[in-house]
Write a protein that binds this ligand. Sequence first.
Ligand SMILES: Cc1cc2nc3c(=O)[nH]c(=O)nc-3n(C[C@H](O)[C@H](O)[C@H](O)COP(=O)(O)OP(=O)(O)OC[C@H]3O[C@@H](n4cnc5c(N)ncnc54)[C@H](O)[C@@H]3O)c2cc1C
Length: 456
Amino acid sequence: MRGRTIEELRDRVNGSVITPEDEDYEEARKVYNAMIDRHPRVVVRCTQAGDVTAAVDFARENELAVAVRGGGHSVPGFGTADDAVVADLSGMRDVTVDPERRTARAEGGATWGLFNDATHAHGLATTGGIVSTTGIGGLTLGGGIGYLARGVGLSCDNLISAEMVTAEGRSIMASAKENEDLFWAIRGGGGNFGVVTSFEYRLHPIPEIYGGPMFFELDQARNLLEFYRDYIKDAPEEMGGFPAFQIAPPLPFIPEDRHGDKFAIFVACWAGPIDQGERALAPLHDLAPVVAEHVGPMPYPALNSAFDALYPPGLQHYWKANFVTELNDEAIDAHVDHGPQVPVLQSTVHIYPVNGACHRVAPDATAFAYREANFATVIAGMWPDPTQNEENIKWVRDYYEATAPLSEEGGYINFMSGDDQDRIRSNYKGNYERLVEVKRKYDPDNMFRLNQNIKP
Ligand SMILES: Cc1cc2nc3c(=O)[nH]c(=O)nc-3n(C[C@H](O)[C@H](O)[C@H](O)COP(=O)(O)OP(=O)(O)OC[C@H]3O[C@@H](n4cnc5c(N)ncnc54)[C@H](O)[C@@H]3O)c2cc1C
């Protein structure tokens, strides 16, 4: 038996082992969503793969669950749990780029900010999240939707290999050549199958993009959504971005007397030749007068961190999600009813396009099953004041109730809340049974159950 006691665990771990008796425990048990208030048995701040193995061994020997924490952004707070062993990978964030091969290897706790900065230094990029503090770990394993998805696929579609620690404490590689079943499952199946200590990605030459947010009057919301659903079907694949409902933050490019007003916005990202950017965005400019915009050429990481300040750690989060194949008139009616009721500055709804390159991967080629869906909608309730929980959760739920019947049965696992576990099967459609098989093989005791859980 290895590492049954906390003392033995401390002996094995190069990073730190934090228990309720330790001063930094209060900080160590926290995650990004301040609504989550859990007391793990121990937090292992890992600095190398061996620390992850030690944490997993300790959990197995003591029959505890492992909460894997990469960037900590999970809305249901899966990176912490009562009585669990937290494998905190925030000390494992190195990113190494091979510009010749156009690949990058990143440790399991890296954030998109660190990743994008490292790849941008070589004029390269791959699909990542739209906020730079989000972890590559959770985002990639659940699929990975971002500005570049129409052009180069989901984050998981750009995954070449992953080094993993299994529930048995074994270090293994998952790729198209090794443990192919596991490689299939981790591309959309979330953190169900083990801890990824490093990810290897395919990169693309995307040094700069042309884009940014454009604010339209709220009475143009229907016009914008109708335009978007048709336009994005066959828009050039270099075109990314999404419509949203948004309260105007106090930013210099927005007229001061409009700060705090509600808008229909479009956040554009043209990842093709920069000199074609203005022309690419012309249909949006022609749509309706733009009240305010911050649009132009910029480094790709600049757009990917443009919203960071709006979303600091410590907000309350409650989200709901759906995949949508046809954004029909009824669905647009529901958005136009509920979007403008957005209660606070940080809350929003985004309707991401997931067509283009995402559609070129067969639904059973990776665990991410919704390859025919055209849109992934997230109704993201985010607010600072816990006394406003009821009002904000109600906005999300009412919005969801109105749009869910007009959507696919499943949604994107990374945009869901903790009360969405009953949707797991539908999120994976035809891939669910195969995921259960892989789960039985690699984690039969469900040690990795703190996630949108696939039960063995
Ligand atoms: C502000 C914000 C913006 C977002 N934007 C986007 C976006 O643009 N696109 C998008 O697709 N999603 C987005 N998301 C959702 C995001 O994909 C999920 O919240 C995801 O879980 C975050 O990953 P993380 O590593 O930061 O989270 P964590 O809370 O650290 O991890 C969540 C879960 O993922 C698994 N996991 C994480 N790392 C590993 C690892 N190394 N090995 C094994 N399992 C691991 C574990 O099950 C873990 O519990 C956003 C979330 C937030 C809060």
